[in-house]
Every structure is written in structure tokens, then in C-alpha cells.
Design a protein around this ligand. Structure first.
Ligand code: SF4
Length: 262
């Protein structure tokens, strides 16, 4: 199986950002970890795509990646929980005994004691399952507070500030600079609801990443004549650290940026 460096060597190295990552190397790292599909890069020759698809398909079946190991460690912990009680706490639906469904980034996932599947009945990439399990394993999460905070106000976020700005907010801002209409369409396609909030932004959308996990996106479009680049602020609820650990908050933000721009 290829390492991140070997995958990187086969990528176009244009750092165009179309895959949702700011650099080709960042994308190679995600693919190597099983966190991204090679299909997210739209600039590959057919021969390279085939080669990498073969390699990463084997990777997903292998129990060896860090994410797959984490997933295996999480499953027994999750299996001990009461699914019906979880559904009530986290806003999921009980669809049959031992089977619940939850929306995550505007897609629906079915969860049993030992498996998560998407609406096609297939298992998502391991990091998606980990995000869902991590959320559902959070103890006694309160209701959203209704108060928005920046990422840097989340407890224990200081070492992740750059990743949040560079891999989440800047990715969306660069992609939609000069295209507020495109941003609005992307927000609505991902289940965003237009928010009535006063301010100088050009668009404001509220999301539910999970039913109990709100987020607010503010978009300030570029003003070239004033040398003002496009900016995005992705605000989180004051209680967000009760819905996910800080690592998972960042990974979820990156996945959101990838889906917005993908
Ligand atoms: S889509 Fe991503 S991996 Fe592909 S060329 Fe652009 S930045 Fe590189």
C-alpha cells in the first residue's frame, strides 16, 4: 500500500483546493489515512486514478489504518450503550429494535450495535463512522445554548487554530470568493437554513451537523478594490465541546468544507 508521500508523487501538485484540502500533500495524507476518497481530486489522469483506486480499495479492507484501529476500539464501547436512550438524547430516530438513524451533514446514517451504514447500505469511510460514534458516546450532552462562539473560544482549541482557519474557513472562502450565489446554493444543498442575523456579511446560514450540533456560517465576499479577500467564519455553539472532542470537531469542520466545495 502506498504511503502519503507515494500518493503525493502521483497527484498533480497544483494545490488547486478542489478536493477540499488546501494542498495536494494534505490531500495525500488524508487518502493515506483512509479519511478521503481519491475521487475527490478532479484533476487526475485516468491511469493514475485507476492505480490509486486499486491501492486505496485495499487500504479500506485492511484492518491496519489508524482510523480502522480506532473504529475497532470504539465498537465495543458503543455496543454497551442503550440505543433507544441514545436516540432520545441525540435527536436520532428509532427505526426498529436495535436500529436507529441519525442525520449527519444532511445525510442519513443507520446505526446498529456493530455497524453504521449510509443510505445505500454501505459502510462510510472509517473516519465518518468514528465521528458518529464519538458524538453518540459523549456523556450527557446538554441542549445547544443558542450562543455562538468562534473556534478559538472552544476549550483546548489553541493548538488547532491554524488547522481550523487553513483547512476549514479559508478553503470555503477561497472557493466561493466573488461567488456569493454559489455559496448560498452550496449551503442550501447541504441543508443550511438562511439565518436572519444582523451584520456586514454577504450570507449567513445555520446548519445542524448532527441534530443536536448546530453551526453558523458567515460569508464576507471579497472586495478587490479594497484588497479585502473573501472570509468565512464558521461559528459553533457554546456547548460544542460537550458534543465532540476537539480533534473530532476539526475533522468534522474539514469534512464540512470538503462537502461545501466538492
Ligand atoms: S484537487 Fe486536491 S489533490 Fe487534486 S490537484 Fe487540486 S489540491 Fe491537489
Amino acid at each position: 500500500m502506498k504511503t502519503a508521500v507515494e500518493i503525493y508523487k502521483l497527484l498533480p501538485k497544483t494545490n488547486c483546493g478542489a478536493c477540499g484540502m488546501p494542498t495536494c500533500f494534505g490531500f495525500a495524507t488524508k487518502v493515506a489515512a483512509g479519511m478521503a476518497s481519491i475521487d475527490a481530486c478532479t484533476n487526475l489522469s485516468e491511469a493514475v486514478r485507476r492505480e490509486l483506486a486499486r491501492d486505496t480499495a485495499g487500504r479500506r479492507e485492511s484492518p491496519g489504518t489508524v482510523y480502522e484501529q480506532a473504529l475497532m476500539a470504539l465498537r465495543p464501547k458503543f455496543a454497551a450503550l442503550d440505543l433507544a436512550a441514545l436516540a432520545k438524547t441525540f435527536g436520532a430516530d428509532v427505526i426498529a429494535p436495535g436500529r436507529i438513524a441519525i442525520s449527519f451533514l444532511n445525510a442519513r446514517y443507520t446505526i446498529t450495535r456493530d455497524r453504521i451504514t449510509d443510505d445505500r447500505g454501505t459502510e462510510p469511510l472509517p473516519f465518518i463512522s468514528i465521528l458518529i460514534y464519538n458524538h453518540l458516546c459523549m456523556p450527557a450532552p446538554p441542549q445547544p445554548s443558542g450562543e455562538w462562539i468562534t473556534f478559538s473560544s472552544v476549550p483546548a482549541s489553541h493548538a488547532k487554530d491554524k488547522a481550523w482557519a487553513g483547512h476549514v474557513e479559508d478553503v470555503i472562502a477561497r472557493h466561493f470568493a466573488g461567488n456569493a450565489e454559489g455559496l448560498r446554493a452550496a449551503c442550501e444543498a447541504l441543508g443550511g437554513i438562511r439565518a436572519e442575523i444582523k451584520g456586514s456579511h454577504d450570507a449567513a446560514y445555520e446548519f445542524r451537523f448532527f441534530p443536536r450540533y448546530p453551526a453558523l456560517l458567515l460569508f464576507y465576499d471579497a472586495v478587490p478594490e479594497e484588497n479585502f479577500p473573501a472570509q468565512v467564519k464558521l461559528l459553533l455553539d457554546r456547548n460544542v465541546d460537550r458534543y465532540l472532542d476537539i480533534e473530532s470537531i476539526v475533522v468534522l469542520g474539514e469534512e464540512f468544507a470538503g462537502r461545501m466545495t466538492g
